[in-house]
Design a protein. Sequence first.
Length: 262
Amino acid sequence: MALWTLFGLSSGKATTTWPAGDDADGQDGLLGMPRYNPQACDEGCGICAEVCPTHAIEAHDDKLSVDYGRCVVCQLCTEACPTGAMAPSNDWAFGVRDREDLVWASGAALTAAPSGTGKRAFFRSLHVRHVDAGSCNGCESELQALNNPFYNLHRLGIFFTPSPRFADLLLVTGPVTRPMFEPLLAAYEAMPEPRWVMAVGTCAVSGGIPGGNYACATGLEGILPVDLYLPGCPPNPAAIIDALLIFLDRAPQRVSGGRVRG
């Protein structure tokens, strides 16, 4: 025991200072969402749209639209694109308040992100109830990392609660399978007012790969009112923290019209 205590004292703090500091969020070397460069795109070829398994990229009248809410980060578009218009990137902060902000369409204007949730912001602790609505558990592995010594979510005043009766925010993963439909609604109804919903992972945002089949829905659309969307397959822990801080109005939205903002 004394040896481990000495090792801990000599190692110092393991927790990142991000987002309060600039010590890098630990995500710079990770592959993120494909970045669409319309200037390099031959929009008539449509090869990227043909290989996209979730129809995140669609071609209409020789124009492309890219829906990052459907992207599963498979990188097939970056491998197939002959011009480099779809390129690998380290872009990971894709939390948005409006679903439309995840869609890039040719000729779309870059608009300012909304400044708030439209509801009373929390400046104290936030309690989150997580419901796995049929996830593959990829998102759950990233959620588990939030409580490790490096990310230490509690330092930000954000806590997971085992009961929806004490929750402010319902965090949902998975495309909402039929067996989980009723338990999901029951968890939402058990939450006290005011209550909010966050869709985490591409499955919860749009259904992902299995969305719309005989066994599941296309995410939370039409099931629950969503206040925050975070795509990714899965989104990394820093992206989840960033999205939670956006909900709390403690961080700016970095994406608008499907493009990463500086």
